[in-house]
Design a protein around this ligand. Structure first.
Ligand code: 5AD
Ligand code: SF4
Length: 484
């Protein structure tokens, strides 16, 4: 039990991902995942595909037949980290030449030649839309040939692949609902590495959720680069409709409808979703959130900058005023909503006034959480090609610190609002600091720790909040919630 809990508590990123082994599988897969939750979920899809090829997962690099690293390109630092890991794998490969090394995910397309031909540090390169081709590519590798498939697809959603849950706590899981991104923010490499945006068939989403619930999962996070622009045309029989437009209207499912379907069909399951783009978030979604207790009151709503000049240069499809209007509407419809941001400081041409606009916008929203970054130029993006990365590193660093400090203040302000309240918490694991305490999250996504007593992993418990830091609430359980 202790070991299992340790694995659960470990950070997912950059750790060997494992699941229960099958006796009939004879080969060993060591798989690591870097970057976002989409990548993590993709690694689970890869594990499912390779399970059928006879691979069990392992945490021991030295015993692996196949080593795969699912890579991230979002900032330069993410790429540097992956490169270091590839060096490590190659050192092990020198001792165990039978071992094969593959690169998956976002670095695949851009660096395939470099990895395979120039540096010869990998045997296999597979892009995010080509995982079904893995068995075939592994065949090539076993015959001594390098294998590569980085073709991006317009329709691949892996809708029918049931992911193998890796490093799972058995309580919360991710289900991908869209892939790719069509937004073309000028700083971002994602549209190039992950391709065009596409939505998954709602039927396969609901089936996957049902199978997760059958396995005991209590919380599902619907994932996509841009979940609010989810749109599925399909279903229904053509002959039932007179015109194509009528059919499309009658059978299209948008994000608000999908969320409503999920929450209605599975009333005891908690739902979260990420990421929301301001321009695509409709009031319908917020009303659906207000309607269902089991949709968590938390929205990750990246703003990137509080300055209209920067938003324009970034090709964001919203202004500062539109964003603030959306936030007003959100707080009006769901006053207890928690919000988080992504902010980039030091984008091309960012002036001191632009930076002040960002701080001011943060003051207006008072985000519960934030993810803040210094701009990192990415090859191939419009900003990388056409704009000058002209904010000096020291200025970026200072602005980043100011944004982080302000976020810290707001986070504390937000956690303090929970003091004295009784809140429903889903138990997700043992607290890192104290083995006698559980940790879980309230509907707003704030972490709460409390004494374990007789409660179990996966229970919904009412907890009275008694203390807080800017990141964590502390409290005492007062009984089971009515959701058990
Ligand atoms: N530099 C810094 N941060 C970036 N992000 C995306 N691209 C870059 C970049 N080139 C940030 C954005 C995005 C988050 C996932 O990563 O804030 O929302
Ligand atoms: Fe990148 Fe913008 Fe798409 Fe987010 S919305 S993945 S930042 S292009």
């Amino acid at each position: 039990m202790e070991l299992i809990e340790k694995i659960i508590d470990d950070k997912i990123q950059g750790k060997a991902l494992v699941t229960e082994n099958k006796a009939e599988n004879s080969k060993k897969l060591f798989i690591e995942s870097y970057g976002c939750q989409m990548n993590m979920n993709d690694s689970e899809i890869v594990a499912a595909i390779l399970d059928k090829e006879g691979y069990n997962t392992t945490q021991i690099l030295e015993e692996a037949d196949l080593v795969l690293v699912n890579t991230c390109s979002i900032r330069e630092k993410a790429e540097t980290t992956v490169r270091k890991r590839l060096q490590k794998y190659n050192a092990v490969k020198k001792v165990n030449p039978k071992m094969k090394v593959g690169v998956l995910g976002c670095m695949a397309e851009r660096l395939k030649e470099k990895f395979l031909e120039e540096e010869k540090i990998v045997d296999l390169v597979v892009g995010p839309d080509a995982y079904r081709d893995l068995p075939n590519l592994l065949g090539e590798v076993s015959e001594g040939r390098d294998a590569v498939n980085v073709i991006l697809s317009k329709d691949e959603t892996y809708g029918d692949v049931s992911p193998v849950r890796l490093n799972s706590n058995g309580v919360s899981a991710f289900v991908s609902i869209t892939r790719g991104c069509d937004n073309m923010c000028t700083f971002c490499v994602v549209p190039f590495t992950r391709g065009r945006e596409r939505s998954r068939d709602p039927k396969s989403i609901l089936e996957e959720i049902q199978s997760m619930i059958d396995k005991g999962f209590k919380e599902i996070t619907l994932l996509g680069q841009n979940v609010d622009s989810f749109l599925w045309f399909g279903g229904g029989l053509k002959k039932d409709f007179k015109k194509a437009s009528e059919m499309a209207q009658a059978t299209a499912v948008d994000f608000a409808q999908l969320l409503d379907m999920c929450a209605t069909q599975f009333p005891k399951t908690r739902f979260r979703f990420s990421t929301s783009n301001p321009q695509d978030m409709s009031l319908d979604v917020i009303h659906v959130m207000a309607k269902h207790k089991n949709i968590c009151k938390y929205i990750h709503l990246p703003v990137q900058s509080g300055s209209n000049a920067m938003l324009k240069a970034m090709n964001r499809q919203h202004t500062r005023e539109e964003y603030m209007q959306l936030v007003d509407n959100i707080y009006k419809i769901v006053p207890e909503m928690s919000l988080s941001q992504d902010i980039i400081v030091g984008f091309c041409g960012e002036t001191e006034q632009d930076h002040k606009d960002t701080l001011e916008l943060m003051e207006y929203v008072k985000y519960d959480f934030g993810f803040m970054f210094a701009y990192s130029e990415r090859p191939g993006t419009l900003a990388g090609k056409k704009m000058e990365d002209d904010v000096p590193a020291a200025v970026k660093k200072r602005r980043l610190q100011e944004v982080i400090d302000l976020q810290q203040e707001h986070a504390l302000y937000r956690t303090q609002q929970h003091l004295g309240k009784v809140e429903e918490v889903l138990i997700e694991g043992t607290s890192k600091k104290n083995p006698n305490e559980w940790k879980g999250r309230n509907t707003q996504n704030t972490v709460i720790v409390f004494a374990k007593e007789h409660y179990k992993l996966g229970d919904f418990v009412n907890v009275k909040v008694e203390d807080c830091t800017s990141a964590t609430l502390r409290g005492t359980a007062v009984g089971y919630s009515d959701n058990n």
